[in-house]
Design a protein around this ligand. Structure first.
Ligand code: PLP
Ligand code: COI
Length: 339
């Protein structure tokens, strides 16, 4: 294994030793298999290539000061993987098979789980693809499940420092009754142009408004949105956003810390009323938002003028990462150990 500078890891792909796979054939899931190739031998007419029959997940393994390796709410990812698969007519991988595969892939690559205190984690990427050949628009008969890992650093290069968002009204990542609540590859393809527009203008990511009326807040790029007003944590209720496991956990932690929680449609007009804003997801945990720019009205909403995250974002970030890395007792039952 090459020497890795754990403190300077980007959020990118780094080759590890093994990946774990499982085939679905004749209506049944096979056994888990360990592979050392990074490549897939795929039929050119596979439905994943033509019709986007592909779903994926993202979670992390965390090394504690006790050297134990922890997974955070892995069963929630397993269930969301099933919902996503179901959403585009793919077979559901049993929850136990998903968790077994995740445990296995981390265990056989454990030297790639970054040391405690470096801020690095082992990112875990399960995916499921339509594997067999079709030409008509229909689901495949055979599927391939793969889970691979890569050690990563922070998603946004800023780390836990405010990032800036840009509203892009000229693009939607998903339709009102579309696939936004599933983690399907097509949603990310649909987001690439708006993401480039935001990057080219100097912003970290896009802030999506609802596709129908452009009146409500949906998501912040590949992360959920929340705003803090006084002692209240407010996050959008919308059928077009991915139900984030990080957001779900932050809502529980906020309630535990005596912060009020509201999950409801959030109006664009409320942007001017928030004291703090954050984007949350597995990759970024919480990216505190410094400002949001609305190019159509040349308007800027500022949440951090001094370059520091607000107090509630700081408190929640500390709490969730302390639980993930085992620096604080897990009273919620969110942690599983990799053996
Ligand atoms: N929203 C989108 C579109 C995402 O891709 C992700 C990442 O998985 C999230 C939100 C955050 O979800 P989670 O906290 O489960 O990682
Ligand atoms: C997340 O984990 O929050 C993500 O959105 C992952 C991203 C690379 C798709």
């Amino acid at each position: 294994m090459e020497k890795i500078d754990w403190e300077k890891l980007p959020f990118g792909y780094l080759k590890t030793n093994f990946n774990v796979r499982c085939n679905y054939r004749n209506g049944e899931w096979g056994e888990l298999e360990v592979h050392d190739s990074e490549f897939v031998n795929l039929h050119m007419a596979a439905t994943s290539l033509h019709y986007g029959q592909e779903v994926f997940e993202g979670l992390k393994a965390y090394r504690g000061a006790d050297d134990k390796i922890r997974l955070f709410r892995v069963e929630e990812n397993a269930r969301r993987f099933q919902r996503s698969a179901n959403g585009i007519l793919m077979p559901e991988l049993p929850v136990e098979k998903f968790t077994e595969a995740v445990n296995k892939v981390v265990a056989i690559n454990k030297e790639y789980v970054p040391p405690h205190g470096t801020g690095g984690t082992l990112y875990i990427r399960p995916l499921l693809i339509g594997y067999s050949a079709e030409i008509g628009v229909k689901p495949a008969k055979e599927y391939l499940f793969i889970v691979f890992v890569s050690p990563v650093g922070p998603y946004f290069k800023e780390g836990f420092k405010p990032v800036n968002l840009m509203i892009c009204r000229n693009f939607d990542r998903t339709a009102p009754l579309g696939t936004g609540s599933y983690k399907v590859g097509g949603n990310y393809a649909a987001s690439l142009k708006s993401l480039k527009e935001a990057h080219d203008a100097g912003y970290s990511t896009t802030l999506y408004l609802d596709a129908k009326e452009k009146k409500y807040i949906d998501e912040a790029g590949p992360a959920n949105f929340f705003g803090i007003k006084g002692n209240t944590y407010i996050t959008p209720e919308s059928k077009s956003i991915l139900p984030s496991i990080t957001n779900m956990s932050l809502m529980d932690l906020a309630a535990h810390l005596g912060i009020n929680v509201e999950k409801r449609p959030v109006l664009y007009d409320e942007l001017s009323t928030f004291d703090e804003v954050g984007a949350c997801g597995t990759a970024a945990v919480i990216a505190p938002v410094g400002k949001i720019y609305d190019p159509d009205f040349d308007k800027t909403f500022v949440y951090s003028a001094d370059g520091h995250p607000g107090p509630i974002c700081q408190k929640l970030y500390r709490k969730i990462t302390d639980i993930q890395f085992g620096d604080e007792e897990d009273i919620f039952g969110w942690i599983d150990y990799v053996t």
